[in-house]
Structure formats: structure tokens, C-alpha cells
Design a binder for this molecule. Structure first.
Ligand SMILES: *[C@@H]1O[C@H](CO)[C@@H](O)[C@H](O)[C@H]1NC(C)=O
Ligand SMILES: *[C@@H]1O[C@H](CO)[C@@H](O)[C@H](O)[C@H]1NC(C)=O
Ligand SMILES: *[C@@H]1O[C@H](CO)[C@@H](O)[C@H](O)[C@H]1NC(C)=O
Length: 608
């Protein structure tokens, strides 16, 4: 792999490239580069109070007119009014909006709900630019960065380090300023054990058994996921927000897929029938509490025939085994108990939707209202079984073992084959174009990274990628096709068409998200953010573009990249905000006379 990268490096970057190369480079559509001027600004501090109006469209138009007026007047006000957004204090180095526990408690949330996501509570918090800790260092490149991270980049105490779960503790070593993760045989043995328990020869067979996507709840520091990823299983770590020693922050720092997710009183931001396996090793969730609501939620996101794997020392030591109250409930949701070995228990979700209608004593009924759950976004946990009448009720074992999606499968989602292919083809050509745009910025006028003799080419710095408006996952597929060592978080905006099922079925990571709100991740966790058509969509939804860009700045690593593709108006608006956020920004014009523009930005590495 590394040799492969080096070879590509020589091909692409052999000579130091002068800036003029950008203009001459063989990019098919890119012709004109407009350096961002810093003369315009937008008056973000002005809030408008438009009276409620029953004619929604009219209101929208009216707002639009006011916005346009503001943009115009801000141009005429000129540079003097240009307001740079202020830098946050040290206390916000690891700031995640919507998880202010003390504010949640003050608001009256309790019984664990105070640890949940409450964006409405945090809404009043002033915005500012989150800056890295004083000794922050650029993460090591993949795959070295998977096994060694910088101590100062994450928030972890010595005590926490020592008390971390037994399975992970063995694998971590804190040295002077680094934390090393050793992939010891324990994780491999465990993975083999799980594979054997579900009747496979070894863990290479997961794919044939239809297992491609795994949700690893409470993932430790991601070592199990790292092993499964090496077997080409998309494993996403999910854990609650943690102030220090965060499993999600450390996993992402290692370049492993992860997201903050709470299992307390609301559903997870995934549609039903999403994952092939849900895994919990000492994940801290009391599955037998709340009348099995957590198990029903696990059932909701599992595909038919999918596996629920539970591992924990507390399970087998309790009298008779704690699995028994869980087992009792598992029967009510039609799960089959497959096997137990030592401290590991495995159940399988039924493939028969009729099971929920059967006469098993106290069986949990199917949900009455079967909307295709596009809006399943932090809804209250439900006490009914979802997805039973869905066309997507297809047992994982019946799927083709290749990740290639078939037109029969597409038909189930109501997607035309040519529409799907077009998404991939245009993403592929877009990716090739973007990739060549990312390099000159760093090789020409961009300052070297502090302490770095020789800046590395950007693809080495790009590991965690987010497609903020992922559609069918074409951008992710393009990355794979190009052989880039990245993973992509495919985000489908709520109220847009819910294409997550087709994303999951390609073995990709994905999540529903409302971009009017902050994203559930830690600062500095993504290397590249891409969004095609998101700005114009959000403007039509009346979300604040300023807040969106500030949020993007928070979750971007220093020197991370932003690529926005949209119509000229929204792009110009974003460019002026990008200037306020101090990003380096360039607007790319497409030659063919279309209204489309591309905004390429790089977040600077600023020391406090
Ligand atoms: C959290 O909320 C408390 C109480 O409202 C507030 O004082 C504090 O500044 C908030 N923390 C952050 C990081 O915004
Ligand atoms: C699996 O692929 C084969 C050949 O590509 C096809 O004939 C078959 O219908 C597919 N099965 C499903 C369940 O899509
Ligand atoms: C211009 O090119 C872009 C990118 O290839 C394409 O999406 C767009 O439809 C084209 N516009 C026109 C007017 O041809």
C-alpha cells in the first residue's frame, strides 16, 4: 500500500509545481481561477424578525429579498464593516455543541437525558472559532496514524488511560507525547470467535454471510473496528458524548469511522433496516432496562437476519447470566439465540416479518404507522417493531456477496439505474478535478506546517472525509474506484430524499442529519468536507449559512479542505463568510457558461 502511494506521489508531484500549473493543468472543465477578494462581507450579526405569515412561499421570497438587500448593502458598506469572527477561549478546544450537560441539567433534563443531544438548549451559546490545543500536531498519515496518535490532540487523563476497559488497555501504550495502539492477537481471536459462533470458518467469511456494515456501540478506542475494516467491513464506532477520554474522538483521530450517538431516550439517526451487525462489548448500555426499548431500537436498525453481538464480563457472572432477562426480551422481538461462548452472546434477527404477528406470549407488535422513515431523526424510542412491511425487508444472507448494487435492488428503492450511474460518473470526474485543485494551494503560497521540513502531499493528509449531501454515495464510490485510502461519512440531509438505504447497501457509512444544527462529532475530526448543492438547499430551508460554515470549521482538521459545488449566488455568499472565518478560498468557474461554481477552501493551521 505504501509503495503504491509513493509511486503515485512521484507521478503526480515529482517536480515542485508552480502556481501557473493550476491554470495549465489538464483539468477538463476548470478554466478560470478567481482569487478570493476580501472586500465583501455579509452582515451576519443582523437578525431579522419577520412576522409569521401564513403564506410560506411568500415569506420565503420576502426573506430572500431582504437577504439580497443585505448582501448588496454590505458590499457598499465596504471593508470597514468586515467583521472577523472571534476566536474561542481555551475552554472550547474540544467543544461539541448540543452537549452542555450543566445547561441541560439547568433546563430540567435528568435520568440520563442530560447527557443526550439537546441543540435547543445550546442554541444561545455565542459562536466563535474553535482553535486547537497549544501543542496540537498534525496527525500522522494513514496507516501509521491508525496505530500512533499525538497525546495532545485528544483530551484524555492519565487516570482514564489506566482505567480504560481491559480489552483496550492491553492495546494502548502512552509514551512521551504519543499513544500507541497495538493490534494484538486478542482482537483477532475475538473476531474469529464471533465468526465461528455464527457458523463461519473464520472472519474472512463475514462477507459471504452478508455482513458488510457493523455498528460498534461503545467501541473502546476502535481496535475491533480497525480489524474489521482490514477485512473490508464498514465498522462505525458510536458512543455517547464524553468530556474526556472520548471513544469517538480517539477513533476519529486514528482515522477510524465514528460518530457521537446516544441510546437514552431517542432513536439513532439511521433509518430502520440499516446494519448487518450491531456489536456491544462492555458498552455500558443496560439492555434489559426500560422494558427492552434499547433492544427494540437495536432491532429497528438491524437488517433481517442481522446479528446482535454482546460481550461483557458482567453478563456471565450474574446469577444464571444476565443474558436471561435479555433473552426473555429477545424472544419477544423474534430474535433467535445463536450461541454463547464465555462472555460473548449472539442473537439473530428474524427473517420472517410474520413472526411479530404470531401468538408468542407478549410479542412486541409491528409499528402501526409504516411511513418510510425519512424523518426518523431523534424521534422518541418506540415500543413497536419497525420496517416489517418495507420493501427493503430482505435478509442479509440473500444478498449478493459483491458490494455492487444490482438494478433489481435499485428498483426496490425506486431509483433508476441511469440516474445512479450518472451520480457515480459525475462524482468520479468531479473527484479527479478536485484532487488536482487541492495540491497547488499547499505547494505554492501556503505556509509550511509549523515544524515540517517538507510538506506531504494532501492525499496523505486526507483520511476522514465527509460528503455532506451524499445522494447515492457516488462520491464515496469514486474514492474507492480511485484507490484512495479514505473512508467517507455519507450524510443525507433530513427532508431531502432519504437515500441512506442505498448507501448502506453499498457497504458505506452514513447518517441522517439536519444541517441547521451542529454535527455530532468532536472538533478537528475530518480532513475534507464536500458538499454538492447543499448551500442552495439550505438557503431554501432558511438555515444560516454562516452557522454552517462555522460548524464546518470546527470539525475540520487544521489544513483540512472544503469543496463546495453550487450555484453562483450561494457560492459567493459562502466565499465572503469563508473570508471572515479566515479560510483560504478560491472560486472556480466552469468554462461551459453554466451558473455552477466550485469553492475550494483550506482551513489554516493557526496556533494560539
Ligand atoms: C454550558 O452551559 C453553562 C450554563 O448555561 C454555561 O455557563 C457554559 O458557558 C456552557 N458551556 C459552554 C462550553 O458553552
Ligand atoms: C445476484 O447477482 C446475480 C448475477 O449478477 C443475479 O442474477 C441475482 O439476481 C442477484 N441476486 C439478488 C438477490 O439480487
Ligand atoms: C457545465 O459543466 C458542468 C460540469 O460538467 C455540468 O454539471 C453542467 O450541467 C454544465 N452546464 C451546462 C450549461 O452545460
Amino acid at each position: 500500500m505504501r509503495r503504491h502511494l509513493i509511486k503515485r506521489f512521484c507521478l503526480a508531484f515529482g517536480p515542485r509545481l508552480p502556481r501557473i500549473w493550476l491554470i495549465l493543468c489538464p483539468v477538463s472543465v476548470v478554466v478560470l481561477i478567481v482569487l478570493s477578494a476580501s472586500s465583501s462581507s455579509s452582515l451576519n450579526s443582523v437578525t431579522l424578525t419577520v412576522k409569521p405569515d401564513i403564506y410560506a412561499n411568500y415569506r420565503r421570497l420576502k426573506n430572500q429579498a431582504v437577504n439580497d438587500y443585505l448582501d448588496l448593502s454590505s458590499l457598499s458598506v465596504g471593508v470597514s464593516k468586515l467583521k472577523e469572527i472571534k476566536i474561542c477561549g481555551k475552554e472550547r478546544e474540544h467543544y461539541v455543541p448540543c452537549y452542555n450537560v450543566s445547561a441541560n441539567l439547568l433546563t430540567g433534563f435528568k435520568y440520563g437525558d442530560e447527557f443526550d443531544r439537546h441543540c435547543e438548549v445550546s442554541k444561545g451559546e455565542s459562536y466563535c472559532l474553535v482553535r486547537p490545543p497549544k501543542d496540537y500536531k498534525t496527525p500522522l498519515t494513514w496507516p501509521v496514524g491508525r496505530d500512533v496518535i499525538w497525546n495532545e490532540n485528544v483530551k484524555i487523563t492519565k487516570d482514564q488511560f489506566l482505567s480504560s476497559g481491559s480489552m483496550t488497555k492491553r492495546l494502548m501504550l502512552m509514551e512521551e507525547n504519543q499513544i500507541s495502539f497495538y493490534s494484538d492477537d486478542g482482537v483477532k481471536d475475538y473476531s474469529h470467535q464471533v465468526a465461528e459462533m455464527i457458523g463461519l470458518g473464520n472472519d474472512v467469511g463475514f462477507h459471504q454471510a452478508g455482513v458488510r456494515t457493523v455498528l460498534d456501540i461503545g467501541c473502546g478506542f476502535g481496535s475491533f473496528g480497525a480489524h474489521l475494516l482490514s477485512l473490508k467491513l464498514m465498522t462505525v464506532c458510536m458512543a455517547a458524548y464524553e468530556l474526556t477520554g472520548s471513544q469517538v474522538q480517539i477513533s476519529l483521530e486514528r482515522g477510524l469511522p465514528a460518530i457521537i450517538g446516544n441510546f437514552n431516550s431517542r432513536q439513532l439517526p439511521f433509518p430502520y433496516l440499516s446494519y448487518d451487525m450491531v456489536h456491544c462489548a462492555e458498552c455500558g448500555i443496560l439492555w434489559d432496562e426500560k422494558d427492552g426499548l434499547f433492544l427494540i431500537e437495536a432491532d429497528r436498525i438491524l437488517k433481517p437476519g442481522g446479528y446482535f453481538v454482546l460481550h461483557g464480563s458482567s453478563l456471565s457472572t450474574k446469577k444464571g447470566s444476565m443474558a436471561s432477562p435479555i433473552e426473555e426480551f429477545a424472544q419477544k422481538i423474534c430474535w433467535t439465540f445463536i450461541a454463547q461462548q464465555e462472555e460473548t452472546f449472539i442473537w439473530q434477527k428474524t427473517i420472517d416479518p410474520q413472526c411479530y404477528l404470531s401468538s408468542i406470549q407478549g410479542v412486541v407488535p409491528p409499528c402501526r404507522e409504516e411511513r418510510e422513515d425519512t424523518q426518523a431523526y431523534y424521534q422518541p424510542l418506540a415500543s413497536c417493531v419497525g420496517g416489517t412491511t418495507s420493501k427493503r425487508w430482505i435478509p442479509i444472507q440473500k444478498r449478493n456477496s459483491s458490494s455492487q448494487i444490482t438494478s433489481a435492488e435499485l428498483k426496490i428503492y425506486g431509483i433508476q439505474q441511469d440516474e445512479f450511474d450518472e451520480d457515480f460518473e459525475s462524482s468520479l470526474s468531479a473527484l479527479k478535478n478536485y484532487w488536482s485543485l487541492l495540491t497547488p494551494l499547499i505547494f505554492s503560497d501556503h505556509p509550511k506546517r509549523p515544524g515540517d521540513e517538507d510538506p506531504l502531499p494532501p492525499y496523505n493528509m486526507i483520511r476522514n472525509v465527509m460528503d455532506m449531501n451524499a445522494r447515492y454515495g457516488g462520491f464515496n464510490a469514486a474514492f474507492l474506484k480511485e484507490g484512495k485510502a479514505v473512508w467517507v461519512m455519507n450524510v443525507v440531509p433530513i427532508r431531502a430524499r432519504d437515500t441512506l438505504p442505498v448507501i448502506f447497501d453499498q457497504g458505506f457509512a452514513g447518517v441522517l442529519h439536519d444541517w441547521c444544527e451542529p454535527f455530532p462529532t468532536y472538533p478537528r475530526t475530518y480532513d475534507m468536507l464536500h458538499a454538492n448543492g447543499l448551500l442552495s438547499y439550505l438557503i431554501s430551508e432558511q438555515c444560516s449559512i454562516t452557522n454552517l460554515l462555522l460548524e464546518m470549521d470546527r470539525i475540520l482538521r487544521p489544513e483540512g479542505w472544503v469543496v463546495l459545488s453550487d450555484e453562483m449566488g450561494p457560492i459567493e455568499k459562502a466565499r465572503s463568510i469563508a473570508t471572515q472565518i479566515r479560510w483560504e478560498a478560491r472560486v472556480i468557474d466552469l468554462e461551459n457558461g453554466s451558473d455552477q461554481r466550485i469553492l475550494v477552501c483550506q482551513k489554516p493551521f493557526v496556533r494560539r
